[in-house]
Design a protein around this ligand. Structure first.
Ligand SMILES: C[S@@+](CC[C@H](N)C(=O)[O-])C[C@H]1O[C@@H](n2cnc3c(N)ncnc32)[C@H](O)[C@@H]1O
Length: 212
């Protein structure tokens, strides 16, 4: 298992670092399927970070209850501050998502730029642990970086992800060094990708998976 990273020291700058490197694109990727989530009632957001997606979900869906999990205390302070108007529908847990034991049933799991902090074996462990706590038609929303199979963007994406992993290793101690194949893991778990869109020539993906 990878040693746990520490995002505390970049938590308050994270949003600005993101804006300076990718402008609005990462947030567009996170929220690409927000309009598909009006029916969601209980969401689990893993590696939630500073809570920008969670705030938008709570704002647009007045019935949803969110459980946000993250390792970083400072990220969670940012999240709590940002989601203050919705505290009655929000539970926050500071924990390693890999050790998190669900105590409810969820109809949505969201992992935005989080699975890339894990190895494929850890993604597998996470999915297998959560499966019993998902409702029958539960959905799993994934935003992440992606290396296209072919085409001009492939070498650019490969170089960009190497640079990003090196930067996050330096800044947070992240041990992961390549993108896990979440597609195979979710397919093995019986889930089907029902919506997919890409940004930046395929370097960013937003996928909505469903348990059939
Ligand atoms: C790259 S940031 C993404 C944050 C947010 N989801 C977003 O879209 O901006 C990764 C987040 O995952 C958290 N994290 C990394 N490994 C974790 C783990 N094993 N368990 C829980 N949180 C973790 C970090 O603290 C950080 O907030």
């Amino acid at each position: 298992m990878n040693a746990t990273p520490n995002f505390d020291r970049i938590a308050r700058l994270y949003r600005w670092m993101e804006w300076l490197s990718f402008g609005p694109l990462l947030h567009r990727t996170r929220t690409a399927w927000l309009r598909e989530l009006f029916e969601v009632r209980r969401a689990l957001i893993l590696g939630d970070g500073d809570g920008r997606f969670t705030r938008d979900l709570l704002r647009t869906n007045r019935q949803v209850h969110v459980h946000a999990v993250d390792l970083s205390a400072v990220m969670l302070q940012e999240l709590r501050r940002r989601c203050r108007p919705y505290t009655d529908r929000l539970v926050i847990t500071q924990d390693n998502a890999l050790n998190f034991v669900p105590d409810a049933s969820y109809d949505l799991v969201a992992t935005h730029f989080f699975l890339d902090c894990l190895s494929e074996a850890e993604v597998e462990q996470l999915v297998q642990t959560l499966l019993p706590s998902l409702t029958d038609n539960a959905r799993w929303l994934v935003s992440d970086f992606h290396i296209p199979q072919q085409g001009a963007m492939r070498p650019i994406a490969a170089l960009l992800t190497r640079i990003l992993y090196a930067a996050f290793r330096l800044l947070t101690g992240l041990r992961a060094n390549h993108l896990p194949d979440h597609t195979s893991v979710l397919q093995r778990a019986g889930m089907v990708c029902i919506r997919r869109c890409v940004f930046l020539g395929g370097i960013l993906i937003s996928e909505l998976w469903q348990r059939p």
